[in-house]
Design a protein around this ligand. Structure first.
Ligand SMILES: C[S@@+](CC[C@H](N)C(=O)[O-])C[C@H]1O[C@@H](n2cnc3c(N)ncnc32)[C@H](O)[C@@H]1O
Length: 182
């Protein structure tokens, strides 16, 4: 984890500039989320980077907490929240196993472009399940891992029933299963 954090700390400014451009995929993801998430939801954005998605989603939810192990990303997220006067978003330098995260405290967890970076998918999914309220949802978008450092070259994770869509929704964590990359 420290090695990965060093990498992402160095990338923080560049990553933030790139994601702030809001390409078509970003807009699609955000629009889909707006339809699926409720104004009463408490949301966790796992691997939030510089908080762009969390901040764009904040007006549509009750609260959103972004976590990321790279402190430079979290500093950028706090700066942007202050500049945009967004008060229902908070950020923490942490990974998903951080004990400060309360069990059964989130209606939705976002895991965008991060599952290919974690050491053990099983543990992360199990942990996400403990953090979700009953009936809560995990949203996953994961790139193909073929050339990802630290990734498994032969497979990646995605919900079985919506494999070809850019944003994947699981009504139950049981829907998640391992699928061969194509
Ligand atoms: C490709 S960015 C994705 C950011 C954002 N979720 C998005 O979709 O734009 C990956 C982020 O995950 C974080 N990250 C890397 N390894 C991680 C890990 N093992 N657990 C949690 N976050 C991690 C990085 O610090 C980085 O900010």
């Amino acid at each position: 984890m420290p090695q990965q954090s060093n990498f992402w700390n160095k990338q923080a400014t560049r990553y933030d500039a790139a994601i702030s451009d809001h390409d078509a995929q970003y807009a699609t993801r955000l629009n889909q989320l707006k339809q699926l998430i409720k104004p009463t939801d408490d949301v966790l954005d796992f691997g939030c980077a510089s908080g762009e998605i969390a901040l764009d989603l904040a007006p549509y939810v009750k609260s959103i907490e972004g976590i990321d192990p790279a402190s430079a990303m979290i500093e950028l997220a706090y700066d942007k929240a202050a500049k945009r006067d967004i008060r229902n978003a908070s950020f923490l330098t942490a990974d998903i196993f951080d004990p400060r995260l309360e069990p059964e405290s989130f209606d939705a967890i976002l895991a965008f472009n991060v599952m290919h970076l974690v050491k053990d998918h099983h543990e992360v999914i199990h942990r996400a399940k403990t953090l979700l309220k009953p009936g809560g949802m995990l949203f996953v978008e994961t790139p193909c891992l073929v050339s990802s450092p630290g990734g498994n070259a032969n497979s990646f994770w995605r919900p079985a029933h919506c494999a070809s869509r850019p944003l994947s929704m699981c009504t139950s964590l049981a829907n998640l299963k391992r699928a061969k990359s194509t």
